[in-house]
Ligand binder design. Structure first.
Ligand code: NAD
Length: 501
């Protein structure tokens, strides 16, 4: 059962979700308008007061109960995700498993990361005891995408709840059932704090209403264009904003890399989930000596994959019907600009499916290299050396994830440090996404702010700093009664000390 506020209000309108594979209707959901969304935020604020007042260990236990419920209902959740997105059930199961890992980490680590902490004082503040504490923000609004409708928003929801906040969640209009099920599982597992997580359903207008509903932070995942629109709304009330947007992730392959392992990872990183992964592989820069061999390996592996909605298919249909035209434009544009098709081409685009497309020698200014394709297409370009690979990888307006394939892990890490990306995997793809302790997020058009890890928890708090004066200081500088001679002595002392080093 959803905690949808529309359940209590007269239902003005509904929308229907459809299977991306067959087009058949799945379910009806209410279109929650500004009134329902504001009511959800107000209710969440009331429930949050009791949640924030709990000892951190009690919040942890409640969240672990919710995790247990999610694990128990793993099949139902995976089925809903698969139905709404069209992805194979196995992929949906993996999404739930990753979510459980993150929720467990957030629940178990929030107390340690956010607890009251003493800090050292300075020369003129020895009389103070200084400490900081991370306090919850209040109510966090979360606007989610459809491609990983559970894992991605839970990077904000799970961490925000663990930090003591309430959450109002607006899932994508393509995947509202996943959000409704998630909030229902929370209420069932933690009935004494029912309403702490509320799912509101609808499209852009519902998301807009959430941004205007008085939330204390808005965590957005979606395209950079929508992020700009929502951020402009948040700017009116100085509501803090987190933007997790798209990517155009590059993979750098050196001459001594294990090419078979690299090809295997590139194919999975580019094609799994029909290429609809924000940190999926879209560009590959391989040094010239091994470019041809890598191309052959990638095309060979991709050719063996089956696309469809059968249980053994590697990936399913495109979830968002409109994305098919973008994929088509990128592939057609790249080929007419001189790229070579190693596998597939415009004929691969058979809506709602797109079979694998592997391109080589794609001009760097083609849309397939500059814009997020978000489809099962990968471009493999040759470069003279690692320097050129790094330069090209960094030339994108996106900066989310990246990967390096290289014989030595140490050398791979050195290349990773030169890449402008929020997260880099060496000798794997998307390795960082499965490690809850690692923060995730990008820069430039990929957004800003971090989810996951300690930064992810702290991001849903505000820091309160306190000083407690322990004794009257020998040199009191915060009084009009300080004699001039004392002030001069203090300046002399500071000058002497700070000049040393
Ligand atoms: P989108 O921008 O179309 O929509 C995202 C969400 O914003 C949806 O819930 C939508 O209803 C809502 N929305 C749309 N207009 C709005 C408005 N004016 N006000 C408030 N809310 C509004 O994106 P999408 O197509 O759902 O998701 C795909 C995008 O998300 C891709 O670019 C992908 O790379 C990105 N993504 C990023 C990450 C990440 O963590 N960086 C993860 C997954 C997806």
């Amino acid at each position: 059962m959803s905690q949808s506020p529309a359940a209590a209000a007269p239902q003005v309108a509904t929308f229907t979700t459809h299977s991306p594979a067959t087009g058949k209707p799945i379910a009806e959901h209410p279109v929650n308008g500004p009134e329902e969304v504001s009511r959800a935020t107000e209710r969440a604020r009331t429930v949050q007061a009791g949640w924030a007042a709990l000892p951190a260990s009690r919040r942890r236990d409640h969240l672990l109960r919710w995790k247990k419920a999610l694990a128990t209902e793993l099949d139902a959740m995976a089925r809903t995700i698969a139905e709404e997105t069209g992805k194979p059930v196995g992929d949906a199961e993996l999404e739930v498993v990753l979510t459980l890992e993150h929720l467990g980490w957030a629940a178990r680590n929030a107390e340690r990361v956010l607890r009251w902490r003493k800090v050292r004082t300075g020369l003129f503040t020895v009389h103070q005891r200084a400490a900081l504490v991370h306090r919850p923000l209040g109510v966090v609004g979360v606007i989610g995408p459809w491609n990983y409708p559970l894992y991605t928003p839970m990077g904000s929801i799970g961490y925000a709840l663990a930090a003591g906040n309430a959450v109002v969640f607006k899932p994508s209009e393509l995947t509202p059932g996943t959000g409704v099920l998630l909030a229902g599982l929370f209420d069932a597992a933690v009935p004494e704090h029912a309403g702490l997580l509320t799912t509101v359903t609808g499209a852009a207008a519902t998301g807009d209403a959430l941004a205007r509903s008085g939330v204390d932070k808005l965590a957005f995942t979606g395209s950079p264009e929508t992020a700009r629109t929502v951020m402009a709304v948040c700017a009116q009330t100085l509501t803090p904003f987190l933007a997790e947007c798209g990517g155009k992730d590059a993979v750098v392959v050196t001459a001594d890399a294990d090419l078979s392992a690299a090809a295997d990872a590139i194919v999975w990183g580019a094609l799994s989930n029909s290429g609809q992964t924000c940190a999926g592989v879209e560009r590959v820069y391989a040094v010239r000596e091994i470019h041809a061999e890598l191309c052959e390996l990638v095309a060979g592996k991709a050719r063996a994959l089956r696309t469809g909605d059968e249980a053994d298919a590697a990936y399913g249909p495109m979830t968002l019907a409109g994305q098919v035209a973008i994929v088509d434009r990128h592939v057609t544009g790249a080929l007419s600009a001189g790229a070579r098709a190693l596998l597939g081409g415009p004929e691969s685009v058979r809506a709602p499916y797109v079979t694998p497309v592997v391109l080589a020698d794609v001009p760097e200014d083609a849309a397939a290299m500059t814009e997020e394709t978000f489809g099962p297409v990968v471009a493999i370009n040759p470069v003279a050396d690692v320097d050129e690979a790094v330069e090209r990888a960094n030339a994108s307006r996106y900066a989310l994830g990246a990967a390096v394939f290289c014989r030595s892990g140490r050398e791979g890490a050195a290349i990773a440090a030169r890449l402008r990306a929020g997260a880099v995997s060496v000798n794997s793809v998307l390795g960082f996404a499965a490690v809850p302790a690692l923060p995730f997020g990008g820069s430039r058009d990929s957004g800003f702010g971090r989810i996951h890890g300690e930064e992810g928890l702290r991001g849903f708090t505000s820091v309160q700093s306190t000083t407690v004066q322990r004794f009257t200081p020998p040199i009191a500088l915060t009084s009009f009664d300080v004699p001039a001679a004392t002030r001069e002595r203090a300046v002399r002392l500071a000058r002497t000390l700070h000049r040393r080093r």
